[in-house]
Write a protein that binds this ligand. Structure first.
Ligand SMILES: Cc1ncc(COP(=O)(O)O)c(C=O)c1O
Length: 390
């Protein structure tokens, strides 16, 4: 494809890492995963990393962990504030754990939650804010962190789309009590499937470790605050503390992650160079609304919303993109409230409507960004859109 949504980022280093694991004969979670957890947490300046088998599983385990905290556990029926645009598995665990979701509209320019709506929406039943930074562009996670602290709420960052993005010198995915990342194929780094939870809270880290694997104690240190060992090894070997899952990653993914992480700074820099060209070509054209960078985007991909006031037919644009062999998709699934699955949820819409998320849904799309030079592709995109939108 001339301009695809995503491109592979592995080189010979990742293949060698796979071969080393194959030669070792040890495929289940072990030292490579542990080393990757440590290296990943260090890169982000966080204390604890817990790797699981996908970004979706990070959200599941992270949300679950808050229900088993000793102090102030979340409870069914508690309210959580979420943005109207995100990936389905940002929301599903919240629903599955019985929380009531309160959807906040996004800003049309950043595509992230409109913080001005959040404080007004907080009630005595509100217990958590979930922030999502869409497609590399940091949400106002600093402001949301402050709001959460002011109101005594948990703050979780689903940072699955914005690894290595920064806000005032601090990385996105480090502001939350829990912060989640995805290593799926198209993401900033890829381990095939995989994800990581980062936290500075020892109790949450241990809860996540237990929930990741059967809810057992096996992966906890003996001095964990979660439980007291009995000294009877026979029973300690299979001791179940929590209603957990098995969402462990493979050693292969840990080994690949270690190699990918070394390349992350250079890959982000390259993505940002492509972003600069994209911004130069599209920023001042009133036909297109592109993402306004908040802080430093890690440029997962490039969003374009056709200015609704110009009356351009999006289907015509899609046909032109198809003819030019350029891949495109709805922006992170569009407005989540417009999906069939919403009928199963307990939810409320803050302010009664999400007009900006609707505009993104009806007039928007994204094209890919890759960790290598996309000058010919972005230039061609500009020509194609110019013609299709005349
Ligand atoms: C915001 C967000 N959260 C969670 C996920 C789920 O990650 P995964 O595909 O690794 O399960 C994604 C996937 O892209 C995402 O965009």
């Amino acid at each position: 494809m001339f301009y695809s949504l995503a491109a592979p980022s592995w080189g010979p280093e990742e293949i060698k890492a796979i071969e080393r694991v194959v030669d070792s004969g040890m495929f289940t979670m072990g030292e490579n995963v542990a080393k990757f957890e440590e290296a990943f947490a260090r890169y982000f300046g966080m204390k604890y990393g817990v790797m699981v088998n996908s970004g979706s599983s990070t959200n599941l385990v992270a949300v679950a962990s808050l229900f088993y905290k000793k102090d102030r556990p979340l409870q069914r029926g508690d309210e959580v504030l979420v943005p109207a645009i995100s990936w389905a598995t940002t929301y599903h665990p919240l629903h599955q754990y019985g929380l009531k979701l309160k959807f906040v509209d996004v800003e049309l320019d950043t595509l992230n939650a409109d913080v001005s709506q959040i404080e007004k929406a907080i009630t005595p039943r509100t217990k958590m804010i979930v922030a999502v930074s869409i497609l590399g562009n940091p949400a106002a996670v600093d402001a949301m962190r402050k709001l959460a602290d002011k109101h005594g709420l948990y703050f979780m960052e689903d940072n699955c789309e914005s690894m290595d993005a920064e806000l005032e010198g601090r990385k996105a995915g480090t502001f939350g009590d829990l912060n989640t990342f995805s290593f799926f194929f198209s993401h900033h780094i890829s381990t095939m499937e995989g994800g990581m939870i980062l936290t500075d809270d020892l109790e949450l880290a241990h809860l996540c470790r237990a929930l990741r694997a059967h809810g057992w104690t096996r992966d906890l240190p003996h001095d964990s605050p979660l439980y007291e060992r009995t000294g009877r090894d026979f029973y300690e070997a299979y001791r179940f503390l929590l209603p957990g899952y098995n969402v462990r990653p493979l050693e292969l993914s840990g080994a690949i992650g270690l190699e990918q992480l070394k390349k992350l700074p250079a890959m982000t820099e390259r993505r940002r160079k492509n972003l600069k060209l994209f911004q130069e070509l599209f920023a001042d054209d009133p036909r297109f609304i592109i993402q306004r960078e908040n802080g430093k985007s890690s440029a997962f991909s490039f969003t374009i919303i056709l200015n609704p006031e110009r009356g351009v037919d999006r289907e015509r644009v899609f046909r032109a993109l198809k003819d030019a062999d350029i891949g495109y998709r709805i922006i992170t699934g569009g407005n989540f409230l417009r999906h069939d699955v919403i009928k199963y949820y307990a939810y409320e819409i803050v302010g009664g409507a999400t007009p900006n998320a609707d505009i993104a849904h009806d007039y928007g799309f994204f094209v890919g960004n890759h960790p290598h030079d996309l000058t010919p592709q972005i230039t061609r995109l500009r020509e194609v859109l110019d013609r299709a939108c005349n």
